[in-house]
Ligand binder design. Structure first.
Ligand SMILES: CC(C)(COP(=O)(O)OP(=O)(O)OC[C@H]1O[C@@H](n2cnc3c(N)ncnc32)[C@H](O)[C@@H]1OP(=O)(O)O)[C@@H](O)C(=O)NCCC(=O)NCCS
Length: 136
């Protein structure tokens, strides 16, 4: 059974293994935990059987006009079961009163996000690959 929570309370770094698939220099589980705690909004999907985090979504927001969703990921063995959809639904509920909710993604993900009433726009972004592990 998968349960969803909006707080990282009680989560330890050892419950955060296997994320950032395909990232050459991923943040460590410890850094991952720090960024979850530092986010304004957070939803975690937890496998009740193991207590491990199997999916997460974060958002940064001013709480007045705008929000940005930097990260959404579900562990590969848990994908295609609706967990990503549920994480987005729960996050959009939190951000539902705001004027703007933005995120950046690849063209192949467009149909997924269009399910949440999002439309494609031009995004501008920098990726500093030497900082991919995260600031200490
Ligand atoms: C995107 C992601 C969070 C979806 O999680 P999930 O739990 O598998 O999502 P759901 O089961 O709710 O929905 C699956 C849908 O995601 C979409 N999807 C996932 N990965 C996709 C990909 N690489 N290309 C196109 N669509 C994709 C499909 O529309 C799929 O629908 P389908 O089941 O009808 O084929 C997950 O695939 C993931 O972690 N991917 C790697 C990280 C990533 O790409 N994050 C988002 C970028 S901002």
């Amino acid at each position: 059974l998968i349960r969803y929570t909006r707080v990282a309370k009680g989560i330890t770094a050892d419950k955060l293994r296997g994320f950032f698939v395909g990232w050459p220099s991923p943040p460590s589980p410890k850094t991952h935990l720090r960024l979850l705690e530092a986010s304004d909004e957070l939803v975690l999907a937890i496998d009740d059987g193991t207590g491990n985090v199997v999916g997460f979504i974060t958002a940064l927001t001013d709480g007045i006009l705008s929000a940005y969703i930097p990260l959404l990921e579900v562990l590969p063995p848990y994908q295609k079961r609706g967990i990503g959809t549920q994480l987005m639904n729960l996050m959009m509920k939190r951000l539902g009163k705001l004027y703007m909710v933005d995120l950046c993604t690849g063209e192949e993900m467009r149909p997924f996000y269009e399910r949440f009433e999002m439309e494609a726009m031009v995004g501008m972004a920098i990726r500093r690959h030497d900082r991919q592990t995260g600031l200490q």
